[in-house]
Design a protein around this ligand. Structure first.
Ligand SMILES: [Zn+2]
Length: 263
């Protein structure tokens, strides 16, 4: 009857019970949710993008200001790596939970647009997204497709603002930049009122992702951690699933669907 694999079935059942009994369920996702889509963790060493270059230096706001050409030589490759990637079943499972009224929203550390492509409606992108670039001088936004055309048409490979000619910046939070206040505040608000926070594929090491489960926990909500590697917040996890994110979320959907009629 159950076609999906069910790793750690007891815990998946427990998680399904928590979700059924919750008024508000929110998901927090990190790089691990996009690994099955072929996107390596940007922060991990040896992922191939510019071998030997530290992304925390070259994808830094100071590097953007100091040398836009070098910055864009790196970042346009990042665009090329990301823009054709497709969502996987973990992204789709979260979008389905939202459509079924069981998930209030997704907070993500990822900039790859995959939750949006999978159909998630209530999406908070803590670190922005490659969906657009911004001119820091006139605050206009340029969509990704147009930015790619500007990169291709510029002799130095730098997309420039159509109005003022300043180099455009990807509308993502670069290293050395502050988070968008509005996104961070909305994320805290969702975590504050969540009865269950599903932390999926995030190492929970980078601020503010490290802080958000604490907010849910302090407000009396339950924290479920679904990721392969240990996290610093495992002791908070009411439920801890350490299988593959696609398998675990697939199993969760199966259990929730299986009990849908009697709910
Ligand atoms: Zn401008």
């Amino acid at each position: 009857m159950l076609s999906q694999p069910r790793p750690h079935a007891d815990s998946v059942e427990q998680l399904a019970d928590l979700i059924r009994g919750a008024d508000s369920v929110v998901a927090l996702t990190g790089a691990g949710v996009s690994v099955p889509s072929g996107i390596p963790d940007f922060r991990s060493a040896g992922t191939g993008l510019w071998e030997g270059v530290d992304p925390m230096q070259v994808a830094h706001i100071d590097a953007f200001h100091a040398d836009a050409e070098r910055f864009w030589a790196f970042y346009s490759e990042r665009f090329a790596t990301l823009e054709d990637k497709q969502p996987n079943d973990a992204h789709r499972a979260l979008a389905q939970l939202e459509r079924q009224g069981m998930l209030d929203g997704v907070i993500t550390q990822n900039i790859d647009m995959l939750h949006r492509k999978a159909g998630t409606e209530e999406l908070i992108e803590l670190h922005g997204s490659i969906e657009r670039c911004v001119c820091l001088r006139c605050r206009i936004f340029v969509p990704l497709g147009q930015a790619r055309a500007l990169i291709a048409g510029d002799p130095a490979g730098v997309p420039r603002c159509p109005d003022c000619d300043a180099p455009l910046k990807p509308d993502v939070v670069l290293f050395g930049e502050l988070l968008d206040d509005h996104a961070a505040a909305r994320a805290r608000e969702l975590c504050q009122r969540a009865d269950v926070l599903l932390c999926v594929g995030t190492s929970l090491e980078v601020y503010p992702a490290a802080e958000l489960p604490m907010i849910t926990h302090r407000a009396g909500g339950r924290v479920a951690i679904i990721t392969k590697s240990p996290t610093p917040l495992d002791r908070l996890g009411h439920i801890r699933l350490d299988g593959d994110v696609v398998d675990e979320l697939g199993a969760l959907l199966t259990v929730l669907d299986g009990h849908g009629d009697s709910a």
